[in-house]
Design a protein. Structure first.
Length: 329
């Protein structure tokens, strides 16, 4: 007998590449290549065809009757399950468990409806993750995913692409707001920009260097706390007392979240202190303060194919160079 890994790999290959013939067979419960292989390996016979029915072929001139297996899709699934149970009894427990798990992942493998395809793709992704270190198995599973339903895969890829694009846009906008925030002297504009900045927290780069106690959560809590403290200050005398109180409450909530985050941190060797700046992230000396590199105004970039404006250069007076004759006596 082959070793266990070879048996399982060959079974998976047959299950994913040849069992699709089952649905086109006159005797589907006997047509599975993967079941036939397991039957040979274990020396356990497949369950016999229990009942048949007579069908007429499509020839309009001289039709013939022939026998086909009378079995529903659900009955076929149940019969396969029973065959598998009979066969794995002779196999080592580890291999038997792998086969049962893969059977559960591929129960709906060749059903034509869209919901079954979605379910199968979802299950095969779990299989791909489990066998990610096995190149042969991983390739077989991923090829099968692409084959089952290109529309499902493409839709998933589009969702991932949109999510990636959205993340990039949010990150870009975060860094665009910082210089605008410090450039404006209009308090209401500052309030608007701070509010726009809040949902973008978390999309920024790893701007804080080195390990920080509490990790990324701690950084995000501190940034939101600082923003709401600044909003509460700016709101005084400009917005309603309700708005100001709401900002103060949110600043307090994130302060408490920060304390909890630091309390739960399991890495005492990490940097504590004030990683965002001595007086907050957006004040002088802070990571996004007015004196930070993030607040610096960037030079306008020349658009592609845009001709450069000609610069008029004044011609300076150039004295005539002396020749040797001027020094002759």
């Amino acid at each position: 007998m082959q070793n266990l890994k070879q048996i399982f790999t060959h079974y998976v290959a047959l299950r994913l590449t040849q069992d699709d013939q089952v649905e086109f067979s006159d005797f589907p419960s006997q047509a599975s290549a993967s079941l036939k292989y397991l039957s040979e390996i274990t020396n356990v016979r497949m369950l016999p065809v229990e009942q048949t029915k007579r069908e007429r072929d499509a020839d309009p001139i001289q039709p013939e009757f022939y026998e086909v297996e009378d079995i529903s899709t659900q009955e076929l699934i149940q019969k396969r399950r029973q065959n598998i149970q009979n066969m794995i009894k002779t196999l080592p427990n580890s291999l038997a468990a792998q086969i049962v798990e893969f059977e559960n992942w591929t129960t709906q493998l060749h059903r034509p409806d869209e919901q079954s395809k979605i379910e199968t793709v979802k299950n095969l992704k779990k299989a791909a993750q489990k066998y990610k270190d096995d190149t042969r198995l991983n390739d077989l599973i991923k090829t099968s995913i692409r084959k089952i339903s290109p529309s499902i895969v493409k839709a998933s890829e589009r969702r991932k692409q949109k999510a990636t694009e959205k993340k990039a846009l949010n990150k870009k906008r975060f860094y665009e707001i910082i210089p605008l925030l410090h450039a404006t002297h209009n308090p209401m504009e500052k309030i608007r920009l701070y509010k726009e900045l809040v949902p973008l927290i978390g999309f920024q780069n790893e701007d804080v260097k080195g390990p920080v106690k509490g990790g990324r959560k701690r950084i995000n809590y501190e940034l939101k706390r600082d923003i709401y403290k600044n909003l509460a200050s700016l709101a005084f005398g400009r917005l309603s007392s309700r708005d100001r109180e709401r900002f103060e409450d949110l600043a307090e909530i994130y302060q408490k979240s920060l304390f909890e985050c630091l309390k739960r941190s399991k890495y005492p060797h990490e940097i504590d202190g004030k990683p965002l700046g001595p007086k907050g992230a957006f004040t002088a000396g802070g990571i996004y303060g007015p004196d930070s590199s993030f607040a610096a105004k960037k030079e306008p970039v020349l658009k592609q194919n845009e001709p450069e404006k000609s610069v008029k250069v004044e011609k300076l007076f150039e004295p005539t160079l002396f020749s040797d004759k001027d020094f002759e006596y």
